[in-house]
Design a protein around this ligand. Structure first.
Ligand SMILES: Nc1ncnc2c1ncn2[C@@H]1O[C@H](COP(=O)(O)OP(=O)(O)OP(=O)(O)O)[C@@H](O)[C@H]1O
Length: 579
């Protein structure tokens, strides 16, 4: 029955480090609320002494007092506002950082299951909502809770008889609010989910804008987006409807109470059992109390909404990485040899277990050896590379690096010894220097330059307007395809890995650019263990051995010449596929 505020309660944990600020805010809150209450007493004095007794001096004095109280109230209110907002912003910032740090530890499979765009949207919209709620709404809620308690106390002091009526009315006001609050929370979760849909659709479509426009798919995307926006809108409207009801009910009940009190109190004054000042003060407090209830009913909805948002964020914070370091990771031998062994490895993608992506793989790549992986599309080549990176763990069998099972070591330790050059190089917003340095943030400038030179980058980097410090745009898209590949190779060279994992580009570059890339690759591969998904004849010819994959199994393994003779699939691939 009671609406859950667990999300918000857990957020309270984020308040811990800021207890000093919270103390100041709390004190300001109490002083501000106290001064509002004192104004009511001032009012009583002004009316009973000033008006009723008819002395101007008493009136002046009372008003002066009220004036002083008002100054204190304003100062305290400013302090309260500043510090509560500060705490709100700080907590949202901390939460955002924690969520991002957690997201970085989650394995790629998590993103395949949940969608990057959806997670991104949670990071932005849910934290933004929390930011606003924690900052302003929470402060309003606290202020009004305090005010409500204070006014109730003052009501009892002023007139116990009349307050009994007010207090009896409280459950009548609060019960429907709690009931409505629960609905609002549920609906606001729904509404946030819909907004996340909108966000993820937009980012996927805009991310693929070239394909969208090339296929003139704008109208369809517009329509699909509209459906999502409309569904977010109707979820929001449902939520707003409940909120509107909640507000109306709160105000109606509260002010009906005030009218009733006024009626009873008026009779008491007429009967002479209550002074006019007391009734005025009482009404002042009753209106304050009603106002506080009104504000609370309004912000309660927001609080429940924020609680929903917090829950969505905590879901991300609670996501346990499937791939993580064991409690007592084994050390890898120093220096690394770069030897890889797969023993009876079978792997099924959890999202599609049948057919398995890899079946009973037995494979050893010796230190310094170059192994090419070839096979038809979907044979399992990328999956094998992903297992070597330990993005997934095999369902059966073992993957060993330098003789140690990958599950026994810290993934970071393993990956320190690897470098990946993907088929389409992934670069990040920043300069050329930032992108090469990605492999080793502490690398000296000299090493950076050497890596760039080895990767055949020096010439084109020198021709860029600011050389190494040229900004290459989001995703490095202000460089040509061949240049991006060479930067990716420079990055891998700077890493100086014991094991290189390379997915050769299939898109054909022009002959000159291609040659630059090939020379860079040859330098990168020289003298280190390399596992290469091969698409070029030159690569398979230069490889020490080639593993031919088909439907998740290794059907043949050996050097190029031998395989051309012995394996029909390989001969077929060599004739048709390799350029
Ligand atoms: N995330 C995934 N979820 C479910 N199945 C997947 C996933 N990724 C790949 N697969 C499936 O696993 C099999 C092996 O895929 P993999 O990407 O390893 O093939 P590949 O040999 O690298 O192909 P290509 O040369 O086309 O890149 C395929 O049947 C593919 O459909």
């Amino acid at each position: 029955m009671f609406p859950k505020l667990t999300g918000l309660l857990r957020l309270a944990g984020y308040l811990g480090p800021y207890w000093k600020q919270a103390l100041i805010a709390g004190a300001a809150l109490v002083i501000a609320a106290g001064s509002v209450l004192a104004v009511g007493q001032g009012l009583r004095v002004v009316i009973d002494r000033g008006f009723a007794d008819g002395t101007a001096a008493a009136l002046d004095q009372a008003l002066l007092l009220v004036g002083g109280v008002v100054v204190v109230m304003a100062a305290a209110a400013a302090l309260r506002f500043y510090w509560v907002m500060w705490i709100g912003e700080r907590m949202a910032a901390d939460l955002r950082q924690d969520v991002f740090s957690r997201l970085l530890t989650l394995e790629p499979g998590f993103y395949l299951r949940n969608g990057v765009a959806e997670i991104q949207s949670r990071m932005t919209t849910d934290t933004a909502l929390l930011q606003s709620v924690l900052g302003s709404i929470f402060s309003m809620a606290l202020r009004n809770v305090l005010l409500l308690i204070g006014t109730l106390v003052m009501l009892i002091i002023t007139s116990p008889g009349l307050s009994a009526i007010v207090i009896a009315g409280i459950p009548v006001v609060v019960a429907p609010m709690l009931f409505y609050g629960r609905r609002v929370r549920r609906l606001s979760r729904l509404s946030q989910d819909r907004i996340a849909d909108v966000g993820s659709y937009a980012s996927e479509t805009l991310g693929g804008i070239e394909t969208v426009q090339a296929f003139v798919h704008e109208t369809e995307d517009q329509r699909a987006f509209q459906t999502r926006v409309e569904s977010a809108f109707s979820a929001a409207v449902q939520r707003i409807r409940q909120r509107a009801g909640l507000n109306a009910l709160g105000l109606l009940l509260a002010f009906t109470g005030v009218a009733f009190v006024l009626w009873r109190g008026g009779h008491a004054v007429l009967a002479g059992t209550m002074s006019a000042g007391e009734l005025s003060a009482f009404i002042f407090y009753a209106v304050l109390a009603a106002g506080a209830v009104g504000v609370l009913s309004e912000v309660a909805g927001e609080l429940f909404r924020a609680s929903g948002a917090a829950e969505r964020l905590f879901e991300l914070l609670d996501a346990e990485p499937a791939i993580k370091a064991p409690a007592h990771p084994l050390p890898l031998p120093q220096p690394a040899r770069g030897e890889v062994t797969l023993k009876g490895v079978t792997y099924r993608y959890p999202t599609r277990p049948e057919p398995p992506a890899l079946v009973d793989i037995e494979l050893t790549v010796k230190a310094g050896e170059t192994l090419a992986l070839v096979g038809p599309s979907g044979a399992g080549k990328s999956t094998l590379i992903n297992l070597l990176l330990r993005f997934y763990d095999p369902d059966q069998g073992q993957v060993l690096f330098d003789g140690v099972d990958l599950r026994e070591i810290d993934p970071a330790d393993l990956r320190q010894r690897l470098a990946l050059v993907a088929q389409t190089p992934v670069l990040f917003t920043g300069t050329v220097r930032d992108n090469i340095r990605f492999a080793d943030p502490d690398a000296s400038d000299q090493r950076l330059q050497a890596a760039a030179a080895d990767a055949n980058c020096s010439e084109f980097i020198a021709a860029l307007p600011q050389g190494m410090d040229t900004y290459i745009g989001p995703g490095g898209l202000q460089l040509s395809g061949g240049q991006r590949q060479r930067i990716a190779i420079a990055r891998a060279i700077l890493r100086d890995p014991a094991l290189l994992l390379l997915d050769e580009a299939t898109s054909s570059l022009d002959a000159e650019s291609e040659e630059h890339v090939q020379i860079a690759l040859a330098r990168l591969m020289a003298g280190r263990t390399s596992v290469v998904i091969a698409h070029r004849l030159a690569t398979v010819r230069n490889a020490d051995r080639i593993a031919v994959l088909e439907a998740g199994r290794i059907r043949a393994i050996g050097p190029h010449e031998a395989l051309t003779q012995s394996d029909t699939l390989y001969a077929h691939l060599a004739a048709l596929q390799f350029q």
